[in-house]
Write a new protein. Sequence first.
Length: 541
Amino acid sequence: MHDKLVYRMATALVAGLCLLLTLTATSLRAQEDVHGLINQLGQANFQQAGAIVQDLAKTGDPKVVSALQAFSDGDLYMRKSDSQVFIAKSADDMMSLTDPLTAQAAGQEAKDNLSKIKINNNLRRAVRAALGGLTLMSPDRATRLEAAQSILKSPSADSLEAVETALQSEKDAGIRGVLERARAVAVLGSDRPTEDKRAAIETIRVEGGRDAIGILSSVTVDNSLKPDIAAAIASIKDQLTIWDAVQNVWYGLSLGSVLLLAAIGLAITFGVMGIINMAHGEMVMLGAYSTFVVQSIIRTSYPALFDWSLAIALPVAFIVTGAVGLVIERGVIRFLYGRPLETLLATWGISLILQQAVRSIFGPTNQEVGNPSWMSGSFDFGYLSITWNRLWIIVFSLGVFVALLLLLKRSAFGLQMRAVTQNRRMASSMGIRTSWVDAFTFALGSGIAGMAGVALSQIDNVSPNLGQGYIIDSFMVVVFGGVGNLWGTLVGAFSLGILNKFLEPYAGAVLGKILVLVLIILFIQKRPRGLFALKGRAVEA
């Protein structure tokens, strides 16, 4: 029994060694064949070189990539003494030689002993197609995707076979989509049957996009296929019209979220206190600078916490701007109640003081505020490219809105604030200290503006003038939605944001804002209290 086991093990070992030797010999023969093809480039004309490039691509050997890339870059040389081809680089007065397949050093040679292998544009295109075919089988996803995109940008019937081979084994849905499109484009330039070309036109139509219109418009086809091309282009244009409208809505929501953040604090102070606070924009600016300071400290002392910098900056900005707002209300505004023109002038003066203070401390130039990794980059949705920072700002603005709504509806402070808003005298007679409600309301509105500055630091320049770009739009949102009404502020912000983005393509950014202002003025003539007017005897009086 023991002898039989030893015999079987010995037999298996011999068989394994034979298989290994066979594979090694096969590999060596294949490498010799590839070397032979590369050496043929040294004496081939342009037409013959094109055929050799295709043969090299058909080997499927990834080692060929470096040789073809060197050929495209003009770094392939033939040694005159033995007609061997090498990758050659200049090294002082000599040329340093490298084996084109193994990348091993092959010594040095005088430049006069070498002959440069010439290449033209047609050959470079053939090399690009070959490289694309070779790298399409790479185990690395990024390499395969780059190769597929390269073939799509430089379509050629020569690459059709490589693309179809890659499609058979490709599992990644994103890469398959690019390959399907590359195959369709290559089919249109090939001698495939008319039915195959019709299917290719349909594939390009389904993929859609502006690039598809360019491809279909430039391709040369038989007259029988021109109606199919025209129908596909018309269908793609109809799709793009719909997606353009969706894009405007998305951009409008993005702008509306910014306006909501900037205006929601103003809606509280303006609604409760009747104060025209021209320094509200500077609260936004202080919030952005609070983010800058927090990130500067984290970069210097705690770099591992950078992704948490915005979470840390939010309470810091709220406390800083809330405290500044409380000081402004207790020090200036409480003496000016009932005199709206004087409060406007006073807060405008305060805004100038705050701007100059920031210039003196941080300088007049823009400050760098970085994006955490989770707010960087973008993703595609249909034909839209949605950036993560804009998406998170929309989520954040809605979160702030919900939190503030709960505070006003579910807390004692919110109840007192609503009572003062609707009937100040009655609230005072019920024992509510209206002066402190005013102070903490102003501090709350300022703190929310500071939190808005944290968000805006991710999409706008952090400078002393940051708040000036939002103060007028914030007042328009508040007046349009209804003074002191949070739901009106929400609807007003998103409505004006979407309206702006639909007007801009036709009227331009400046004229679009003017038209929005005119429309709001006309609307206020019909509904002086805005979309959602507050209820209450004092308010209605």
